[in-house]
Design a protein around this ligand. Structure first.
Ligand SMILES: [Zn+2]
Ligand SMILES: [Zn+2]
Length: 383
């Protein structure tokens, strides 16, 4: 099937502006969000389609490529847009679509409830439910990349019956309703002809077998709730609101079904010193008057240890000095941001007798050598 044009999916004309793209996407994604349309496959497909369109059109580079070349030939995107992160390939599965949805709106705060409690979201009953955990990371961990052990409360296959649900030493018997097929066929006649309607058997949950003597440990469910430790390898440069999907690390399914996924939501811990803005890190330092006038070499903390910074003589308050390559690595790239050091010159408020004398001498010196009117300047901009 030919792919629909990304702009058309979002109801836009070609070359639409960034905020238009976001606005349209938001409208469509909200409308078709799986939480609002439980079990509606068509809505789910529309939600995924919009997420895919948005993931391309919201990215400057991918958008430019798409504007120029359109859809790639079937079977590849020429560089998976989610490579290394997000777990999904193109074709956007539901957890990717949800992730893009969260990222599109800044992730995390306030939208958390949209994710709900992590149900199976209209997938077949046999699949275990997805789980979601929040993972707060320090800026240092994000800068270096980190492997974290996550404690997860989840369903595991029952150790006594190995997930079968039948008591040790007993076996299951064939379901008498579906005769082991796991599904029920129903013939329906209509003016268009005869239809065969196939549905999973409710007596055996589609497994074809029933348990006559349930396992005591799991009461026939085939799984027990336990705390497990899952290792998550987080690449350097992630942002708060990014998702990582660990396939098969969610809840075990009832009776031999497919396991759910564990969705790890990245959060960023506030740092005592640094503020992050995209790939750049900001640090403010205070220096005194004489350091500002004469210049000084200072040891400055960065995310990867201390470095030397030469503060030039005559530096002005508010000046930003750049430590190239000392910022945050960019996710899935070799680029690294910078650390910006903002200089604040601290005016002393408590002076010793000697200091007072020195400042007094300076003041007299300036009075004799400069015209005071030179300190008034026109404000250049009110922004
Ligand atoms: Zn059991
Ligand atoms: Zn059955």
């Amino acid at each position: 099937m030919a792919k629909r044009d990304y702009y058309e999916i979002l109801g836009l004309s070609k070359g639409a502006a960034k905020d238009q793209i976001k606005k349209s996407y938001r409208k469509i994604a909200m409308k078709y969000h799986p939480d609002k349309n439980p079990g509606d496959k068509e809505a789910e497909a529309k939600f995924k389609e919009a997420a895919e369109a948005y993931s391309i059109l919201s990215d400057e580079q991918k958008k430019a490529h798409y504007d120029q070349f359109g859809h790639p030939p079937e079977g590849g995107m020429g560089g998976n847009p989610f490579s290394g992160f997000g777990g999904g390939g193109f074709g956007v599965d539901l957890s990717d679509a949800l992730r893009i949805f969260m990222e599109g709106f800044g992730g995390g705060g306030g939208l958390g409830d949209i994710f709900g409690s992590g149900g199976s979201r209209g997938r077949s009953q046999a699949r275990g439910a997805d789980l979601k955990v929040k993972l707060p990371l320090t800026l240092e961990e994000i800068a270096a990349g980190v492997t974290k052990k996550l404690k997860v409360q989840r369903f595991e296959n029952c150790p006594d019956c190995h997930g079968s649900g039948a008591r040790k030493g007993t076996s299951k018997s064939t379901c008498s309703v579906c005769h082991g097929r796991g599904e029920i066929q129903q013939m329906t006649r209509s003016m268009f002809g005869q239809f065969v309607n196939i549905q999973p058997c409710t007596n055996c949950d589609g497994s074809g077998e029933v348990i006559s003597d349930p396992c005591r440990t799991c009461r026939g469910d085939g799984r027990v709730r336990t705390e497990s430790v899952v290792s998550a390898k987080i690449p350097a440069g992630v942002h708060a609101g990014n998702y990582m999907t660990l396939r098969g690390e969610g809840n075990a399914a009832r009776r031999d079904g497919q396991r759910g996924d564990l969705i790890v939501l990245i959060d960023e811990k506030e740092h005592d010193l640094f503020i992050r803005e995209e790939d750049n890190i900001y640090l403010e330092i205070g220096i005194n008057m004489s350091q500002a006038v004469m210049g000084i070499d200072l040891e400055i903390p960065t995310l990867t240890g201390k470095v030397n910074l030469k503060i030039p003589a005559g530096v002005q308050s508010g000046k930003l000095l750049r430590l190239r390559g000392k910022g945050m690595p960019r996710l899935n790239s070799h680029l690294v941001g910078d650390q910006m050091v903002k200089i604040q010159i601290e005016t002393p408020t408590k002076l010793s007798g000697q200091e007072r004398e020195i400042y007094q001498q300076l003041a007299e010196h300036y009075d004799g050598s400069k015209k005071s009117s030179s300190i008034f300047r026109k404000i250049k901009s009110l922004l």
